[in-house]
Design a protein around this ligand. Structure first.
Ligand code: HEM
Length: 393
């Protein structure tokens, strides 16, 4: 068999390829890419549990290359313990469950505002009208971006996320310019918070830096960049993937519409069944034996969360979307050291988006027979999701 994550047919539907990998080549070297794909649940877990043998340091370079706006600072997602432990402790302060839960009324208000024009239209593109703007507005407000900079912030966010998929030529120049503007704006914002603290995440991070001299300004900036990369398109994809799963399973859609308390189960099963982050990079720090393969020191490793979450050994009937299953232990948010900082935020945004949609529309149907997916092998979600909507009278 051949697995190449860059091929369009694999990006369109990687799951049959993952099944083949799990069965025949659980640790597989991708032809020509020098990269080792890890596909079984236990082996993915082994990689994530072993930052000493599978380092994350390569990550920002792998994702952004020389477009990284903060190349010289340690970045949370691209550091190993003990540097990671220090950064994570500080950053956790801005993302406690209580703080996230307190955002709920505002998230609902933003969702309501975004959905308001759709009822009379009777149609929408879920990606354009709801799942893209919602996480961007939420994170902008959390960071403390002024309302008149929202448009710019959205452009910077789109460009930074776009840069992770590779850009070339004139487009690259434009993106580099946009990333420089982003850097400029947040550098000034960080300095400003020192004399004029506000009730926002930038202030919380700057305080951590001043009180304990533990986070440098560059680290705050680096973290801000990461929040855009890690938090926006991923949440967009979760909302889109969950909606696709419901559209493909009308009996579940009907059940959930009449009993919205099931929505958290939909969110969890969508994370397991069709994860927004299919896999991520690590680098072997030494020669490692894994599932009978020998990964050489220095090689790039791709633990496939989305394949692990379809592993029959862990999730019986794994290819079925079943909101009644036990989803405990799914790896859509990773595991251990780098477990997603924004998981409670993403879960809450997805829950609110689905609740508010289903509360307004009693018939939601897909306008087009097939879904076009975004062009990425790391992220998975719909590029657009045109829907027809019938509002509840
Ligand atoms: C459904 C949406 C999301 C998914 C599927 C997701 C997935 C992930 C995964 C798989 C990792 C682990 C990466 C690794 O092991 O190297 C991760 C880390 C991270 N995520 Fe998320 N994420 C989501 C939303 C968010 C949001 C909303 C934020 C914040 C606004 C966020 C911030 C982060 C950060 C900062 C890290 C790095 C944590 C660390 O290195 O300690 N994510 N995410």
């Amino acid at each position: 068999m051949e697995y190449n994550p860059f091929l369009p047919e694999v990006k369109a539907n990687p799951y049959p390829y993952y099944a083949q990998l799990r069965q025949h080549a659980p640790v597989y070297q991708v032809e020509g890419a020098g990269m080792w794909a890890v596909s079984r649940y236990d082996d993915v877990l082994e990689v994530l549990k072993s930052p000493d043998r599978f380092s994350s340091k390569i990550l920002m370079t792998a994702l952004l290359g020389d477009l990284n706006p903060v190349p010289n600072a340690s970045n949370l997602i691209a550091s190993d313990p003990p540097v990671h432990t220090r950064l994570r402790k500080l950053v956790n302060r801005g993302f406690t469950r209580r703080m996230i839960a307190a955002l709920e009324p505002r998230m609902r208000a933003i969702t309501t505002e975004l959905l308001a024009p759709l009822a009379s239209r009777g149609a929408c593109d879920l990606v354009h009208d709801l799942s893209t703007p919602l996480p961007v507005i939420v994170i902008a407000e959390m960071l403390g971006v002024e309302p008149d900079h929202r448009g710019q912030f959205k452009r910077w966010s789109d460009d930074i996320v776009g840069a992770t998929n590779g850009v070339a030529g004139d487009e690259r120049k434009r993106v580099a310019q946009s990333i420089a503007e982003f850097r400029d704006y947040f550098q000034r914002a960080i300095e400003l918070r020192r004399t004029e603290p506000k009730n926002d995440l930038i202030t919380a991070l700057v305080r951590a830096e001043e009180e304990q001299q533990m986070l440098t300004s560059e680290e705050v900036l680096s973290l801000t960049t990461l929040l855009l990369i890690a938090g926006n398109e991923t949440t967009t994809n979760l909302i889109g993937n969950a909606m696709i799963a419901l559209l493909d399973h009308p009996e579940t859609m009907a059940r959930v519409s009449s009993d919205p308390t099931l929505i958290p189960k939909v969110v969890e099963e969508a994370l397991r069944y069709d994860g927004p982050v299919q896999g991520i990079f690590r680098q072997a720090t030494e020669d490692v034996n894994l599932a009978g393969a020998r990964i050489p020191a220095g090689a790039m490793v791709l633990p496939l969360f989305a394949s692990a979450d379809r592993d029959e050994r862990q999730f019986p009937n794994s290819e079925q979307f079943d909101i009644d299953r036990n989803t405990d232990g799914h790896l859509a948010f990773g595991f251990g050291t780098h477990f997603c900082l924004g998981a409670p935020l993403a879960r809450l945004e997805a829950k609110i988006a689905l609740e508010e949609l289903l509360a307004r529309f009693h018939r939601i149907a897909q306008k087009e027979p097939t879904v076009t997916r975004i062009d990425s092998f790391i992220l998975r979600g719909p590029k657009t999701l045109p829907l027809t909507l019938e509002a509840i009278a």
